[in-house]
Ligand binder design. Sequence first.
Ligand code: G6P
Length: 370
Amino acid sequence: VTAEKAGFDHFMLKEIYEQPKAYRDTMLGRIAEDGKSVNLQELKMTEDYVKTIRKVHIVACGTAYHAGMVGKTVIESLARIPVETDVASEYRYRSPIITPDTLVIVVSQSGETADTLAALREAKRNGARVLAITNVVGSSVAREADDVLVTLAGPEIAVASTKAYTSQLIVFYLFGLHLAGILGTKDEATVAGIIAAMNELPEQVESILENAPVLKQVAESISHHKSLFFIGRGVDYAVAQEGSLKLKEISYIHSEAYAAGELKHGTLALIEDGIPVIALVTQEELYEKTLSNIKEVKARGAHVLGLANAGSEVEVGKSVDELFAIPKTLPLLTPALSVVPLQLISYYASLALGHDVDKPRNLAKSVTVE
Ligand code: G6P
């Protein structure tokens, strides 16, 4: 068993450290040699079909759903196609408006989640084309979808998903660029810039991993608390949700993720002296707004850890109690970096509390019943 964990204490930690490789493997062969376009040869959908897509539905459960939330921003911003996201357990019960010009994207690490599979079937029944993003080539979801984009994360054993999530993000970036290439929604220089920045992500993740000891300390202080909050705007909000879920899953500490601007509409009432707040501040055009939300929680006694971009330490640093900087990348790509410190915080919090990190109570790796 130790050998399987390659010297790591837990599968989760091993899988967190495998992320640079998972990013590289997921990108390998899918980027043109000149770095100017993506090349998703495995897709069967034609260019003519892509031009008929009027809307996209992204449907998934749990962590895969959180990847889909980022995917929505990626597709809307790169391809300018409207995207809705749904958790799979809700999708088919709300009589979603699925038309033949709807592309339904299901995201599933295992490819076996019952609700996600049922959503896929519902989509097909209504004449939509289905693209599956999955980590398991021969899975049910992969077999039944019209198109498949595989995440090359390798087997994920820990119940708490890490490298599967980040590989799903990479696939969304690739697919968004693919759509943009066909629809002409981004010029060549912009596409090349995004690809160049994607190529830097693996090393940037490595540099975050080198700072794990700092995050271990943060986690240990968090582990004494009963409750905490994650806040952010835009893609930072999507990552906040994933950070909160990860912490709940394995540390059993209650937390909530909030769109930073929404706090004052209720949740601010829960902020009391000493409560930890993890604030994601990576979207430059939203700095000012999020910093003013941080002031609101600090005024009520919150202890704020800021997750910000390298280079913004001074600007963000003066508003928070502690700051962890992630390497500088493009705003759309920050989730592929900012989630990594949150994964490590969850891991070390669970460890500090003596929980079974890889097999949290009440949870299963794959939920194949409804
Ligand atoms: C379970 C797992 C989660 C996972 C979710 C969806 O609840 O514990 O980690 O995100 O299922 O799984 P899938 O295999 O469809 O991505």
